[in-house]
Unconditional design. Structure first.
Length: 305
């Protein structure tokens, strides 16, 4: 706890039920090798080798970074001590370094994974010119604590503003994992996981994966939740494309993907975009099924473009 405000500095989470996030192949392979190392950390030490003990996870918002951290902890069978750095940096800046030291002292006492979420809060402090000396002290405390913890337990830090981080902080982490927005295969997998109980037309999953280009896993979650609610409300009168149009309109400001904007226009345009897509082309039969039209109609739409 922060002594002045009484606010909790950390929360202990049992990650037993952590679902597995879905990632593109190269990333899941590197995560598997990190897990291998962490599961065998004691053996590595016995062999006189120093296992990688700290990991920095970075990438854009909503890509599954927090989910990944909990999953890693579950896989190595340890509870997680979660500290939100923005909460730790108290309004009385003078107590921040002490809060950080106390947090590490607490975490170092148990076998656990220390998770420092929203790690960039420390870096953002630098914008305040009045606090330069104090910030140096906070950063130094953090570095010392991360170093000292290397002999004791695992540390995971998460940020989505890696460019803001001090190079010295950055270097302190043995492993750096970038979690980008998902590619089309992963988007399709997340969509299928979340919608398999309500749809069974494969072309819909393929189409939604195409549509959600540039979106994060969290954006996909919002879309699938919306569709499930629509299905629950409308039942037999559920209209797939109409619901997508509503979704795009209702999330217009946040989610202005080019492909998503096509949904709100004439269906002919959308059909042509799908038919002519270089990377993920849709054939006329798939388009007929997707749009509930006959193949001659689709064929006419395609030719007109
Ligand atoms: N790769 C993924 N696989 C499966 N689900 C995902 C994935 N990425 C995001 N999600 C979904 O989005 C939700 C939010 O993910 P999470 O909180 O882990 O993102 P984050 O990267 O930590 O975001 P932020 O940067 O905003 O903290 C998850 O609960 C999950 O349902
Ligand atoms: Mg997060």
């Amino acid at each position: 706890m922060d002594k002045e405000t009484g606010a909790a500095l950390a929360e202990i989470v049992d990650p037993a039920e952590s679902p597995r996030p879905v990632f593109d192949e190269p990333l899941s392979v590197s995560i598997a090798s990190l897990l291998e190392e962490w599961r065998n950390a004691d053996d590595l030490r016995l062999a006189g080798l120093r296992p990688a003990m700290s990991t920095m996870i970075f990438g854009p918002p909503g890509t599954g970074k927090t989910m990944l951290a909990h999953f890693i902890a579950a896989q190595v069978g340890l509870p997680v001590v979660v500290a939100k750095l923005d909460g730790l940096i108290s309004s009385f800046l003078g107590t921040t370094a002490r809060n950080i030291a106390n947090l590490f002292t607490f975490a170092d006492r148990y076998r656990c994974v220390l998770l420092l979420d929203e790690f960039d809060a420390v870096a953002k402090l630098r914008d305040d010119p009045h606090e330069l000396g104090e910030i140096k002290r906070v950063v130094n405390t953090l570095l010392q604590c991360v170093d000292a913890r290397a002999g004791v337990g695992f540390t995971i830090a998460i940020t989505n503003h890696e460019a803001l981080l001090d190079p010295a902080v950055w270097r302190r982490f043995d492993i750096r994992i970038e979690v980008p927005n998902p590619g089309i295969e992963v988007r399709q997998e997340i969509l299928t996981q979340r919608l398999a109980t309500v749809f069974n037309e494969p072309v819909r999953f393929r189409f939604l994966a195409w549509l959600m280009e540039g979106a994060s896993g969290s954006d996909i979650e919002k879309l699938t939740d919306f569709l499930r609610r629509q299905i629950a409300i409308r039942k037999d009168s559920f209209d797939f494309l109409q619901s997508l149009r509503s979704y795009v309109q209702l999330s217009a400001q946040q989610d202005a993907g080019e492909r998503r904007q096509l949904v709100t226009g004439a269906p002919e345009e959308l059909v042509r975009a799908l038919f002519n897509d270089k990377a993920t082309p849709f054939n006329q039969e798939q388009l007929a099924a997707l749009f509930g039209k006959t193949q001659p109609t689709i064929s006419r739409w395609v030719k007109r473009g």
